[in-house]
Design a protein around this ligand. Structure first.
Ligand code: ADP
Ligand code: MG
Length: 625
């Protein structure tokens, strides 16, 4: 159903569907219609013009009724094309799945055979097959199917190779499932959409090819009509009686156009990547749609004031970031902490306009870097800042590094993007960078590919790349989440040293209070797109004021803390397209009061350097004492 809805949204595909539906319907009911016999010749009445008495579309060179021949011919051509497509898809897919699934020698032998078929020019091969088998409808059908087998075999083999090495296939193999069963139950369902897409986009071709063979007299034999043979017979009268060629020609055009429009629509609707619009290119910088500009609240190096970012997905609006105020000084490390989905990454990406648009839109606030507002700045300005003055480190270094380039080349590219410098100079800079993030044997490791390194080493490369242009601010989005604890400690100490040596400002995003305690001077706690508490790390850890913060801290195990049961916060964060009125945490808070559920609650100063967005903050006496 969802598939039909998607298809119907595509106007052209819908038009194709309607055309094809009409043609197929007419072809199906042809035997029931009161048509003249298509094969009865009536030479005295040859070449009658269209719309003449007794022959709506006129007659051909033997006086046969063109309308009747057209209907029967369309029926035959459609059947031939669809049959050829089904045969080619079945055979080709079977070959492709077997080659791709078993791999190795099986794959080699099968695919070389397929390659041999592909080495012949397409239509020539079909002609050769018909020549060998002798002309005739069935032989033409086989020829067309045969020349299309390699197309399916190659396509499906590629997809199967990808699927056959996925974890879920390994899992059922370990569970003892037989190969034939795995192919039918695990592989086939995953390649089926591709087969359907392949068929829907090639049926048109196959109709054309069978028509082509019939046109040359190798397909359907007289007196039987198909669209190709009708065109072939009309060839000699093309100038004198053009209607005999135009009638079948127009029908071929209509059918193939309709099928191709429909086929493209089916492909778009079935392909999950196209469906989500992932292949539509995002804009180079996040779209900005804000009413008024906001002034910087501090004169820090990086000042985020009232930042609002939302996602507009069809008729829904997800307010991922709802007015965030933050500032980072030179040489300072600010931690942002919060549960998954609280808007940390979107905040970080908004700073340099990196949120994908569509669907992301920055709807309010300002980000002042070194005194200038960079929200809505020209793309050239953003581009020169990105990587040179504000650099990012992301969570998964395997996803951020290009798998096909050596890490050295990627570092050199990062350096050369912002600086005109010779390749050898850039290379020695890259080696120094790798040394500065404590990669042992940097001179040799620079020529490694990302997959040759461990997770910890890869993340060091990620940090080295962020440092490549000596930035002022590094925004690290959960850089240690994918790593184990010992490697995490090493990475944190690398970052901490770099900050002290270079006076870097770091915006460190994490969901782990332990990490914040080790690295950050100040911490901001985020919940449902808003900062709920902010202050010096020590003070916040010792005297959390927002109930959410204290619950988060309770989730961290303490060494020597005895056998305490670890607390988990019940419930889930609110969905950001339907935020409740009042405090977003109210539903999960055990200190909730009536007042918490209405009106906006401000981030209020509760003590020097501390702010809390709570009507009934905890631990306020201790904090001011
Ligand atoms: P986190 O704090 O875990 O980094 P994010 O900043 O990635 O969270 O996400 C914040 C919110 O924005 C989440 O609720 C998420 O559902 C929403 N969001 C993120 N990307 C999109 C998107 N492309 N479309 C719709 N909503 C999104
Ligand atoms: Mg995130």
């Amino acid at each position: 159903m969802a598939f039909l809805k998607l298809l119907a949204r595509n106007r052209l595909a819908l038009a194709g569907l309607i055309v094809i539906w009409i043609v197929v319907f007419l072809a199906l009911i042809t035997p029931l219609l009161p048509l003249a016999d298509p094969d009865v010749t009536d030479t005295p009445n040859r070449f009658k013009a269209p719309f003449s008495e007794g022959a709506v579309l006129g007659t051909d060179h033997l006086g046969r009724d063109l309308l009747s021949r057209l209907m029967w011919g369309t029926r035959l051509s459609l059947a031939m094309g669809v049959a050829a497509a089904i045969i080619a898809a079945t055979l080709g897919s079977a070959i492709g799945i077997i080659a791709g699934y078993f791999g190795g020698r099986t794959d080699n032998i099968i695919m070389r055979g397929v390659d041999m078929l592909m080495a012949f020019p397409y239509i020539l091969l079909a002609l050769a097959i018909v020549a060998a088998l002798g002309p005739g409808l069935m032989n033409a059908l086989f020829a067309v199917a045969a020349v299309n087998v390699p197309f399916f075999a190659r396509n499906i083999r590629g997809i199967t190779v990808g699927v056959a090495h996925k974890e879920f296939v390994d899992a059922v193999r370990l569970a003892g499932m037989r190969d034939s069963e795995i192919i039918l139950r695990e592989v086939l369902p995953n390649v089926l959409p591709v087969i359907v897409i392949g068929m829907s986009t090639t049926v048109g071709w196959m109709i054309l090819e069978t028509a082509g063979l019939s046109f040359l007299g190798l397909g359907s034999q007289p007196p039987q009509a198909d669209l190709g043979s009708m065109l072939g017979e009309a060839r000699s009268a093309l100038i004198t009686n053009p209607h005999t060629s135009i009638v079948p020609g127009a029908m071929i055009l209509i059918i193939v156009m309709g099928i191709n429009l429909l086929g493209d629509g089916v492909r778009d609707a079935l392909d999950p990547r196209l469906k989500s619009g992932a292949l539509s290119r995002p804009m180079p910088a996040t779209e900005v749609d804000r009413r008024e500009t906001t002034r910087a609240q501090t004169d820090s190096l990086l000042d985020i004031a009232g930042l609002q970012t939302e996602f507009r997905v069809r008729n829904r609006v997800y307010k991922a970031v709802g007015g965030v105020d933050l500032h980072v000084e030179k040489g300072e490390c600010l931690g942002i902490i919060g549960e998954s989905g609280s808007g940390k990454s979107v905040t970080a990406l908004s700073v340099m306009g990196l949120v994908a648009s569509p669907p992301g839109v920055i709807t309010g606030g300002a980000v002042h870097f070194d005194g200038d507002d960079i929200i809505g700045a020209k793309y050239e300005v953003l581009r020169s800042l990105r990587g040179r003055r504000v650099a990012y480190i992301f969570q998964d270094p395997l996803a951020t590094l290009h798998p096909l380039y050596k890490i050295g080349d990627q570092l050199i590219e990062a350096i050369q993007t912002h600086e005109t410098i010779s390749k050898s100079a850039a290379r020695s800079r890259a080696i120094d960078l790798l040394k500065s993030v404590r990669i042992p044997n940097a001179e040799n490791r620079i020529d490694s590919y990302p997959h040759e390194m461990s997770g910890g080493m890869r993340q060091r490369v990620g940090i080295a790349m962020a440092l490549a242009n000596d930035p002022d601010v590094i925004i690290a989005d959960e850089p240690t989440t994918a790593l184990d604890v010992t490697v995490q400690a090493q990475i944190l100490s690398v970052l901490n040293d770099l900050r002290r040596e270079r006076g870097l400002a770091i915006l460190f995003i994490t969901h782990d209070f332990g990490v914040v305690g080790q690295l950050c001077d100040r911490v901001a706690v985020m919940y449902a797109g808003k900062i709920v508490e902010e202050g010096p790390t020590d003070a916040v850890l010792r005297n959390p004021q927002h109930p959410y913060t204290s619950r988060l801290i309770d989730c961290v195990p303490t060494l020597g803390g005895g056998q305490r049961k670890l607390a988990a916060i019940p419930g889930l964060p609110p969905v950001v397209d339907r935020l409740p009125d009042g405090c977003a945490f109210a539903d999960r808070c055990d200190k909730v009061q009536m007042e918490c559920r209405s009106g906006a609650i401000d981030l209020a100063a509760t003590a020097p350097a501390r702010k809390t967005r709570c009507l009934f903050p905890e631990n306020t006496q201790e904090a001011s004492a």
